[in-house]
Structure formats: C-alpha cells, structure tokens
Design a protein around this ligand. Structure first.
Ligand code: FAD
Ligand code: SF4
Length: 301
C-alpha cells in the first residue's frame, strides 16, 4: 500500500456515536458528525454541503428537476440543516462554487466544506493561487473529502434509475455503490442491484481521467470501502484534520476500530484506488494518441 492512498497520519474504521445522525447518513455519518461537532466548538461557523432542489420555489420545475436527488450546494449553520443534507447524491454538487458567497453573503470566517477528490484539488489550488477568491486561504477551516470512483450528470442518474431500476427518482430512498454493484433502495422497500457494467456509460467522461480515489488533499477523507456496513474508513491527513479528529475523539463523537481488525480492510481500498488509477491512466494515454489530454499528468504518483 503506497502512493495510491495519499499521505495520512492515521486511518481507522469509525462511525458516529450520534444515533440521530447515523440513521439517515450514507455510511458511518462521519461528514455530518464532524461538521456538527466543529460547529458546536466554533472550529467552523458554517459548512458548504450538498443540499437539494427539493421544494425550491426558485426552480421552474418538473417533478424530476425539483427534488431530493438533484444536489444544490448550500451553506448551513445548524445541525438541523446538516441533517437535512445527509447521504450521497450521485451527481455533481458544485460545492466549491459557493466559497466566495459563504464568506461574503453569509459572512463566514471559518468555512467547512465537503467534496469529491477533484473538489479538494480545486480548494487547494484556490488556496495556492490567488485568482480572485477573496480570503479563501484563511477562511477554509475544515475540508472533508469523500472517496469517489466516478460521478454522473443529473440527467444520467435520472435515466439510469428510471430505465434500469424501473423506479422514479422521487420514489428512491437511497442509492449506493458497494460490493461491485449499484444499489437502488425504494421508499416502499424495493431493492434493485445493477452490475457496474450497466452504469459505466452514464458516467461523466471527465471522471475517466481522474487519478484520485480517496481525496488525498482533504484534511480528513472518508468513504465506506474497507469498513463493515454502517462504518466508514477515515483517513486523517493534515495538521488541521489531526487536531479536529483528536478533539472529536476526546469528546466521544466517534466510535472507532483499528483498520487492521476490520474486514475487508485497507487492502480493498488500496486495490480499488490502484484499479482507478491504472484504468484512468490508460484512458489518458489513449486520449493522447488522438491529441486530447497532452500535458495532463498525475500529481499524486
Ligand atoms: P453523511 O454524514 O451522510 O454526509 C454526506 C455529506 O456529503 C453530506 O454533507 C452531503 O451533503 C455531502 N454530499 C452528498 N452528495 C455529494 C456530492 N455529490 N458532492 C459533494 N458532497 C456531497 N465511497 C466509497 O467508499 N467508494 C466509492 O467509490 C464512492 N464513490 C462516491 C461517488 C460519489 C459521486 C459520491 C458523492 C460519493 C462517493 N463515495 C464513495 C462516498 C460515500 O458515498 C459517502 O459520501 C461517504 O462515505 C460519506 O458518508 P457519511 O455517512 O460519512 O456522510
Ligand atoms: Fe471528481 Fe474524479 Fe469523482 Fe469524477 S471521479 S467526480 S473527477 S473525484
């Protein structure tokens, strides 16, 4: 296990000790619990998360355009708002686009943000290169990354669920990728599992040249892979991440288990990260042969 997992200070299996958070969380409720704790302790004064267009009066909507699974980046400042944004929405939530507004319109000095590995890269670039993001460098107080193998445009996830799971998106309770399948859980208890070969054609083409699976540049990054159901694998990466994690652990926010003691463990995370990097490097090489992607390089390995 090496560069494919990025740099980290520690990695554990963890889940939230807060039953209310766990109930509607995607996995171990790590993201929601971290932000709720950081809000309570004044480590952040708000967070950018993936809300939804559900009931948004400003959206000229058809039922499908205006509902829970269409993510809308939102700034939240309370636990209730964090709870409402729990769970994974398998399409693009442009959370980074709200950073300037979080500091200006919302007047936040200490911003938490959750995002995919590519969004963590964008944040670090914004901190390194001052291209007009006023105060970003100093205002990002906690960047939480989520593992990501691939993502989907909104229209694609809509089509995928309607055509292959034979459900309307509005009747879906949860979606999940795990154990080599795409799972769709209906509100009436239906469970549909689709082989990943069915989902591939719906993915964003940009994801096919992405080399980061585990959000190497986050302060703390997390995903389900590697840990048992209901638990999450958590990488504590930066000094900020280390400090927040240590305080949260001392406050009893999380239960943890050594990653070496759980199944399937870190080996699976490493295997999937390597598979993503190898597959996408091949796509990059193939694209170069017809003149696309020249100059792109993998900054991590
Ligand atoms: P929760 O406490 O449920 O909170 C989740 C947080 O993420 C909320 O704040 C929510 O608003 C935010 N969020 C939801 N959707 C998005 C989005 N699209 N973009 C940005 N923020 C969002 N994990 C794996 O282990 N393997 C994978 O291959 C994998 N692929 C993923 C692909 C995508 C497109 C996404 C969005 C996530 C993926 N994950 C993957 C991560 C996993 O699904 C969970 O998001 C993660 O484990 C956090 O769960 P939690 O219970 O800690 O979070
Ligand atoms: Fe971003 Fe990469 Fe995930 Fe696509 S696969 S959403 S580019 S992190």
């Amino acid at each position: 296990m090496g560069a494919e997992l990025g740099k980290y200070k520690q990695v554990v299996a963890a889940r939230s000790a807060d039953k209310e958070i766990l109930k509607g969380a995607q996995d171990g409720g790590i993201v929601t619990s971290l932000f709720a704790y950081a809000l309570d302790e004044g480590i952040i004064d708000g967070a950018i998360v993936a809300g939804s267009y559900e009931d948004d009066p400003n959206v000229e909507s058809t039922a499908s355009q205006n509902h829970h699974w269409r993510p809308k980046p939102v700034v939240v400042t309370t636990k209730a708002e964090l709870l409402a944004a729990r769970g994974t929405k398998y399409n693009i939530s442009p959370n980074v686009s709200l950073i300037k507004e979080a500091t200006r319109s919302y007047g936040l000095d200490k911003v938490g943000i959750v995002g995919t590995p590519c969004q963590m890269q964008a944040i670090r670039k914004g901190q390194l290169y001052p291209f007009g993001w006023r105060d970003v460098e100093s205002s990002i107080a906690l960047a939480v990354g989520i593992f990501c193998m691939e993502n989907f445009p909104y229209q694609s996830i809509l089509q995928l669920v309607e055509d292959h799971a034979a459900m309307k998106l509005e009747s879906v309770k949860k979606m999940e990728i795990g154990k080599g399948k795409f799972w769709v859980y209906g509100k009436r208890g239906q469970v549909v599992q689709l082989p990943l070969k069915v989902t591939h054609k719906y993915e964003q083409p940009g994801c096919h040249v992405c080399m980061d699976y585990v959000a190497n540049l986050a302060d703390i990054s997390t995903g389900s892979v590697g840990s048992p159901d209901g638990w999450s694998t958590v990488f504590v990466r930066s000094k900020i991440g280390d400090s927040v994690w240590a305080k949260a652990m001392a406050a009893g926010v999380f239960e943890t288990q050594p990653i070496e003691k759980v199944k399937p463990g870190l080996e699976l995370v490493s295997k999937l990260a390597n598979e993503k990097i190898t597959k996408n490097r091949n796509t990059l090489e193939a694209r170069k042969t017809f003149g696309v992607g020249k100059g792109l390089r993998n900054p991590f390995i």
